[in-house]
Ligand binder design. Structure first.
Ligand SMILES: Cc1ncc(COP(=O)(O)O)c(C=O)c1O
Length: 397
């Protein structure tokens, strides 16, 4: 069911920030709804009243609901979900759990997220792991044939794919990668940081062993919170991240520890319960609207925006791919990105910039060294899309 105009009014009523500016920076951080702010605020107030540890005990049941809600979001059992402080923390925990040996291959794509690429390069330097990247298709996104050829030839220990890169509207065919990983029995790590909350995700269909994401983007949760899905295959083979602590393992004897059997093996003891509860509220809010409806509206607003931007001669639209999402990326020759961002800000529009270091391969292919990202959310309106285009035109005049 698509989002109705009444629903839209309701979303906006519960998102006070939309009255002040046009928020098109969801690729950076989206506005949380009231429900998220209230959960966080209530728990912080409880901590202040009765004490942090006591508040955590009082909120135990509610906190356990986090795992169930995330499970519903991903079509996974609650025991396969871990809370994290960010997508990067979740991702690195997953990476650190794989016992790589010198000479093992990691296969990724040219569009994988910058921090993931840096982690692979560092592992190459430190452990002698070798990095492969599937070729990209001319129309954008990894080429599944190239991926299969590399899997057959090198039998990688890990295949790692970013669903939606930070710097463009591309949606990669992560189901195809999942099928290949299943067929050739490779571990599959999926970075869903920009797709979680923007479109439906079903780990059964995706065939992933790990899926990491953050809450502050399209899920509209708080900053400082993320999560990791861990498959039964991973849990049953006993993979455990470096380093375990008193929450993720039990110290059974002086010389022996026993890791948790569920995905909490990938967590650490200390966490903000306020953020965990705010994250739960964000996931439930998205589930209530429906991820299909969110995707339909977000993708449609972005497609409108691309179409209108294509009428501005100075604007070079950068999004490539068979399927494009809610992130709209563009370049304007001769402009310094920060000037453009500030000029938009002065006209009441929040946007974000991706510099060359965010996407060295993709930007080199496109012949640019930065992109401005305008990312409408489902709570934005068609009028706001038009207003942003008009304001950009005025700036570029
Ligand atoms: C595709 C992708 N993966 C991972 C991350 C990292 O997320 P976090 O900053 O929460 O660690 C980002 C952040 O922009 C991202 O866009």
């Amino acid at each position: 069911m698509p989002v109705t105009s009444d629903q839209l009014l309701e979303f906006r009523r519960h998102t006070p920030g939309v009255q002040e500016r046009i928020h098109f920076n969801n690729a950076g951080a989206a506005l949380p709804p009231d429900a998220v702010l209230q959960s966080i605020g209530q728990h912080l107030a409880l901590e202040a009243r009765i004490g942090g540890y006591e508040a955590a005990i009082a909120a135990r049941k509610e906190a356990a609901g986090f795992y169930k809600s995330l499970g519903r979001l991903l079509n996974a059992p609650a025991k396969n979900i871990a809370f994290a402080t960010s997508a990067t923390e979740a991702y690195n925990k997953a990476l650190s759990s794989i016992p790589f040996q010198a000479g093992d291959f990691i296969l990724t794509t040219e569009d994988d997220y910058v921090s993931n690429q840096i982690a692979f390069l560092q592992m190459q330097d430190r452990f002698g792991v070798r990095l492969l990247r599937a070729a990209s298709r001319p129309e954008g996104g990894f080429d599944a044939t190239s991926m299969e050829t590399l899997i057959r030839k090198y039998r990688p220990r890990l295949v790692a794919v970013t669903h939606i890169p930070t710097n463009s509207g591309l949606v990669q065919d992560v189901e195809a990668a999942g099928q290949l990983c299943r067929q050739y029995d490779c571990l599959y790590l999926l970075d869903a940081c920009q797709s979680a909350g923007q479109m439906p995700l079903d780990v059964e269909q995706l065939h992933c062993d790990f899926l990491s994401a953050t809450f502050r983007k399209f899920l509209r949760g708080p900053r400082g919170a993320g999560f990791l899905f861990v498959s039964d295959k991973v849990l049953d083979t006993g993979l455990a991240p470096l380093f375990l602590d008193l929450h993720s393992a039990d110290w059974a004897e002086a010389g022996c520890y026993v890791p948790k059997t569920n995905a909490q093996r990938f967590e650490t003891w200390e966490r903000s319960y306020a953020l965990l509860l705010g994250s739960k509220a964000a996931a439930e809010y998205a589930l209530q609207i429906g991820l299909g409806a969110i995707q339909e509206r977000t993708f449609r607003l972005a497609a409108n925006l691309r179409e209108q931007l294509s009428g501005i001669p100075q604007v070079q639209l950068l999004d490539r791919g068979e399927h494009l999402c809610g992130i709209v990326s563009l370049h304007v020759k001769g402009w310094k990105p920060m000037f453009l961002k500030i000029a938009l800000e002065q006209k009441g529009v929040n946007a974000s910039i991706a510099g060359r270091g965010a996407a060295v391969i993709d930007f080199a292919q496109k012949g640019v060294d930065w992109a401005l990202r305008l990312s409408p959310h489902y709570y934005n309106t068609e009028e706001e899309v038009e207003m942003v285009v008009e304001r950009l035109k005025e700036i570029l005049k």
